[in-house]
Design a protein around this ligand. Structure first.
Ligand SMILES: NC(=O)c1ccc[n+]([C@@H]2O[C@H](COP(=O)([O-])OP(=O)(O)OC[C@H]3O[C@@H](n4cnc5c(N)ncnc54)[C@H](O)[C@@H]3O)[C@@H](O)[C@H]2O)c1
Length: 495
């Protein structure tokens, strides 16, 4: 299977648009194909709409954005891409016909996946050429923010195709959940459908409104589900003995008529109740407004879960770790050269993101510390402080910072940071960062910072590898004249 640099999309509606935004954001080119030419404007708008939330998802250094092109020629798309994701309407015969058609134009090593919500891969792949490269890859709306993708193979799918697809989806920040065998609705839609059928019954029988049923989730179970799902949470409900006790205690309820599961008849009166209920909940807010609200909290939840390294937060953390490693890897060669030449290290390239701006239209104070912190991270990664090092309980804490502001940085202004190691002892290092505007090389700000090495929260000597790497940089920088703004902080004896 080839490395995916160009993703082909078949069908560019809600789900195709979401795939496009996610892939482009993580540096993959996209060729979007749809039978309707007017979908070009639509997909470009969808990508633009997603950008605000995506830009806030991670501050880790991203590769340059991918390029989006559009065509109504499905076969031409199939002939030029490395991976095809199908997102046309949920109709078995239509999907079978179009998948068979594009499979005749896509080289044999190009994977083809379907976003189908519930159709079986064995049925979808039956008329394809090279059906072994076909799988279901079922995402969730909004695809650009939700990491889950269910991977399902059909009877003819090669296990290697599932592995290669999982690698690609992980690369674009997703959690690939391999479904052991195909079942209608895969895993998540079966679970969602069970809840949904029960909701329809309760609304139909006037037991509750749509709003009350949503309240019954969002103030309680919904908060638990985001990180632990149903089973682990029920394990906790059983006290010290966990799931075994929980099943003994609540087992009898399984025989009681608590759920129906068979859906009610979708009558006009039920449809009216569902529509009136959700309109009342929307309270005059447009779909776009509600989407912005949803996207905002989905970003915030994932960032919060990242701190606990759990669920979608663990996915985001692993993605960021890779992005930082890649950036550090790219910087390594040029850093080694700079060290040999005794030059300052150019560690970070960034731009002033729109959400970094204060009411004066300039980069706000706290973001300076963030940018300087990212430069320190890049240096420490180069010197050997990676995720494994931190997991061992060792880290560097900031103990002192002194920032000098010299010039303004406006929204979208490209910036870069150069860094010097001024002083080092066995536990502490003093750094000096300079933030420059790329367009005119003007010095925007400087930061002088002292970091203390800790082991499980207590000051402790750095390990020899880390100390040696920083010492090499310090030695090389000792030949440079002292920066004019330096000397505000120093390595005084601790305490
Ligand atoms: N909407 C969701 O929440 C969701 C979530 C996960 C998966 N899915 C699945 O994703 C798929 C697409 O759903 P959607 O909501 O994006 O639908 P949609 O109606 O928004 O988009 C479908 C697109 O396919 C295009 N199309 C129709 N026939 C075509 C053809 N022959 N060739 C190329 N393009 C064609 C249409 O012009 C349209 O742009 C479905 O299989 C659906 O089950 C949807």
């Amino acid at each position: 299977m080839r490395q995916v640099k160009k993703l082909g999309l078949l069908g560019t509606g809600v789900i195709g648009g979401g795939w496009a935004a996610r892939a482009l954001h993580f540096g993959i080119d996209v060729v979007a194909a749809d039978v309707k030419p007017e979908m070009e404007e639509w997909i470009r708008g969808a990508v633009e709409n997603a950008e605000g939330a995506l830009a806030r998802l991670t501050l880790a250094p991203l590769p340059p954005k991918g390029r989006l092109t559009f065509t109504t020629d499905l076969n031409a798309m199939a002939a030029q891409v490395d991976f095809i994701q199908e997102n046309i309407p949920e109709q078995l015969e239509l999907k079978q016909r179009i998948l068979a058609q594009v499979s005749r134009h896509a080289p044999a090593d190009v994977l083809i996946a379907s976003s189908t919500s519930g159709l079986m891969p064995t049925d979808l792949q039956q008329d394809m050429q090279h059906p072994e490269r076909f799988l279901v890859a079922h995402p969730f709306n909004p695809v650009y923010l939700l990491p889950l993708v269910e991977l399902v193979g059909g009877r003819q799918t090669a296990p290697a195709a599932l592995d290669a697809a999982a690698r690609f989806f992980t690369f674009i920040g997703m959690h690939a959940l391999k479904v052991r065998r195909e079942v209608p609705g895969h895993l998540t839609d079966r679970l969602q459908e069970a809840l949904w059928r029960e909701i329809l019954h309760m609304v139909n029988e006037d037991v509750a409104t749509t709003g009350e049923l949503d309240d019954s989730i969002i103030y309680g179970p919904g908060l638990r589900w985001a990180a632990m799902g149903t089973n682990l949470i029920y394990h906790l409900a059983g006290g010290e003995t966990g799931m075994r006790h929980m099943l003994r205690q609540f087992g009898p309820a399984l025989k009681w008529p608590w759920t129906k599961l068979e859906a009610p008849e979708l009558t006009e009166s039920l449809i009216d109740k569902m529509v009136a209920g959700t309109q009342a909940q929307a309270a005059g807010r447009s779909i776009r407004e509600l989407e912005r609200l949803r996207d905002g909290y989905l970003v915030a939840i994932q960032q919060m879960l990242k701190q606990y390294n759990i669920g979608a937060g663990a996915t985001l953390r692993a993605l960021e770790e890779r992005l930082y490693q890649e950036a550090a890897g790219k910087a390594d060669a040029s850093l080694r050269k700079s060290i040999e030449q005794g030059a300052e290290l150019r560690l970070l390239e960034t731009e002033v993101r729109p959400e970094w701006i204060d009411y004066n239209g300039h980069m706000t104070d706290s973001r300076y510390l963030q940018v300087f912190g990212d430069a320190t991270d890049a240096l420490l990664r180069y010197a050997g402080v990676d995720d494994e090092y931190r997991r061992s309980g060792r880290a560097l804490f900031t103990v002192e910072s002194h920032v000098v502001h010299k010039a303004e940085a406006k929204a979208m202004e490209p910036l870069y940071v150069t860094t010097r190691v001024l002083e080092l002892d066995d536990k502490r290092v003093r750094l000096f960062h300079s933030l420059h505007r790329r367009r005119d090389e003007v010095l925007v700000a400087t930061a002088e910072q002292v970091y203390l090495h800790v082991n499980h929260g207590k000051a402790a000597p750095m390990d020899a590898g880390l100390h040696g790497a920083l010492e090499r940089v310090r030695g090389a920088h000792a030949r440079l004249p002292a920066p004019a703004q330096a000397g505000r902080v120093s390595l005084r004896p601790a305490g």
